[in-house]
Design a protein around this ligand. Structure first.
Ligand SMILES: Cc1cc2nc3c(=O)[nH]c(=O)nc-3n(C[C@H](O)[C@H](O)[C@H](O)COP(=O)(O)O)c2cc1C
Length: 575
């Protein structure tokens, strides 16, 4: 299967990898945590199959977890809502839900709303077709939503004093099967300034793949700068070789993955999060990468600990070893420890408690290094709050340099990125005026890229529309008729397999977007429409800042433990 191409639209997504299925999961009974509360395909059959797997794995893991010290007792918001149910209850519940899910899907297809949405889309398509126009043409002047009621507090926020010295104030985290070329292209249309990351490339793959095929792994469209190449591996030679590919391709930073908890990667003791146990090896690998990188900065992406190695002192020692034995000065920290003893990667992104405050402590303790915070940040408001946070001792304050966001960027790309350039980076305007504008630009790229890598055995192009649609499946997150739109797109994709090999993204848009109200399609950045619960045409600004739980960390910055090098000794080593 081509890397990173997997479609998550409702029932057609049976070919998705487990990671992507877990990612689009809306609720897990065991964990009781809702990352994507409004994800529309939640009750579809594909979701239920995915949820079944997730729950079964989660249940097995829950038993193991009871043996884990320090987790059960933690009262972090991501954990204390945990509900463990028995296997019998699980099975019964699953059976009922599967039935319920099927009913729901059928109901959805037959529902009055779906029929209305479909009719509306068809009517708009016929109208546009007759007039020779396109639904993707921006109707400038027809709507002036800039003048729409916008509360004063929202306007005031734009002028708040946000630190602007760091280049990478906001990065979109590397995500296997998500942050592929098409998604990165979409993100770049939404923001010119946000930093983008590749999916992880494994050092041995890059080393051993025939030279003529290597481009497939490392090439990217030029508009994607600034772009970070993430490498996975633990072999200094192979990593050095892989790093040497970055300069000719024009990457802006090379990163070593020390945070992946996947069994496939870390379980065999190879690389990923397990590397945190061996900081000397990480330093050796990074030194080899730096030697071959021709001046491109090397960074490390890590967790705050692994299994029992989870004290702040150990994290401090990890950073200290790398900073003193290699040229690495940049650390991207996912503020949870990794549990390598049985729980899945997706559970590893929600079960271990979040400790944002530890990254603030690192920033305080290593003023010569740059730290970037990652883990469950969801809105621009939170990003700004994080950037403003200071360690408790203001006299020696050194703050984090940026924030990295992963899942939310895919769950709601428009909500997160459409106003980032103005509100976070201080640009005078955002690149896209509306979703219609964005989709027109994206469709143009898709049509031009379709089939560039040849065709499958059945004659379908690679990449095909379904590969492109994956990145925009949540573009209407929280909006009126978002679910209906997804079903309509799904119908188009399903139909294309059999009878329309020359289907393009533009055609899909023209046939389906008619079900989305113009107010949504033409809403400017910063507004989202919360569907039929809201009076028509009324918008609310996205993101309301931190919850009470999340605010707590600001008071808990840990202090450096005993037995570490005094600052002057560290300075001596560096010099
Ligand atoms: C589907 C998926 C794939 C991921 N793949 C990678 C990866 O290849 N390399 C990596 O360092 N982190 C990977 N991550 C972790 C993210 O980069 C990020 O650290 C994590 O999702 C926490 O950030 P968030 O809470 O903003 O999502 C992945 C996460 C997800 C959800």
């Amino acid at each position: 299967m081509p890397r990173g191409w997997c479609v998550g639209f409702s029932s057609s997504s049976s070919s998705c990898s487990s990671s992507s299925r877990a990612f689009s999961t809306t609720r897990t009974t065991i964990l009781g945590r809702k990352f994507f509360p409004r994800a529309s395909a939640a009750k579809s059959n594909s979701f239920l199959l995915a949820a079944k797997k997730t729950r079964t794995a989660a249940f097995a893991a829950a038993k193991k977890r009871s043996a884990l010290s320090g987790i059960k007792t933690n009262n972090s918001s991501s954990f204390h809502s945990e509900k463990v149910v028995s296997t019998e209850e699980e099975d019964k519940e699953e059976k009922e839900e599967t039935k319920g899910g099927r009913d729901w899907t059928e109901k959805m297809v037959k529902s009055e709303n779906f029929e209305k949405g479909k009719a509306r889309a068809f009517e708009a398509y016929s109208r546009n077709n007759e007039s020779g126009g396109s639904i993707l043409t921006l109707k400038t002047g027809e709507l002036n939503l800039e003048e729409h009621v916008r509360p004063k507090w929202s306007r005031d926020r734009e002028t708040e004093n946000v630190p602007s010295t760091s280049r990478a104030l906001l990065s979109i985290a590397p995500m296997m099967e998500y942050t592929h070329n098409h998604f990165r292209y979409l993100c770049r249309l939404l923001s010119k300034r946000v930093w983008l990351w590749t999916e992880m490339e494994v050092d041995m793959t890059l080393k051993h793949v025939p030279a003529e095929l290597r481009n497939k792994y490392v090439d990217f469209t030029l508009n994607q700068h600034p772009l970070v190449m993430q490498l996975g591996g633990s072999d200094a030679d192979a990593l050095g070789f892989s790093a040497s590919l970055a300069k000719p391709h024009g990457y802006d930073e090379i990163n070593l993955n020390c945070g992946c908890p996947s069994e496939k990667v870390a379980g065999k003791g190879c690389f990923g999060a397990t590397l945190m146990r061996d900081p000397d090896l990480v330093a050796e690998c990074c030194a080899a990468m730096a030697k071959n990188a021709d001046g491109i900065p090397i960074s490390v992406k890590c967790r705050i600990g692994v299994d029992g190695n989870d004290s702040y002192d150990e994290l401090y020692r990890f950073v200290e070893t790398i900073a003193s034995k290699s040229p690495v000065r940049r650390f991207h920290v996912h503020c949870r420890k990794a549990l390598l003893n049985g729980i899945s990667p997706s559970q590893n992104r929600s079960i271990p408690p979040l400790r944002h405050e530890w990254v603030y402590a690192l920033a305080r303790d290593f003023p010569e290094c740059e730290f970037f915070l990652n883990g469950s940040v969801k809105t621009l408001e939170e990003v700004k709050t994080q950037l403003r946070c200071q360690p408790t001792d203001k006299a020696t304050a050194n703050t984090i340099k940026g924030v990295m966001i992963g899942r939310q960027a895919h769950a709601d790309p428009w909500g997160l990125l459409s106003r980032a350039d103005v509100e976070l980076f201080g640009e005078s305007e955002n690149p896209c005026k509306s979703r219609r504008d964005l989709l027109a630009k994206y469709a143009k790229y898709c049509d031009a890229t379709q089939g560039k890598n040849g065709t499958m055995k059945d004659g379908s192009p690679v990449p095909a529309p379904r590969h492109f649609m994956h990145s925009i499946q949540n573009i209407f997150a929280g909006c009126t008729n978002a679910k209906i739109w997804k079903r309509l797109v799904d119908d188009q994709l399903q139909g294309a397999r059999k009878k329309e090999p020359d289907l393009t993204v533009t055609k899909i848009m023209e046939r389906t977007l008619g079900c989305i109200p113009d107010e949504v399609l033409d809403a400017p950045p910063g507004y989202t429409n919360f569907g039929s619960d809201m009076p028509a045409g009324e918008y609310v600004p996205i993101g309301e800042g931190l919850s009470e739980d999340e605010k707590e960390w600001t008071s808990e910055v840990p202090v450096v433990g005993r037995n570490f090098l005094a600052r002057k000794d560290l300075d001596r080593i560096h010099s």
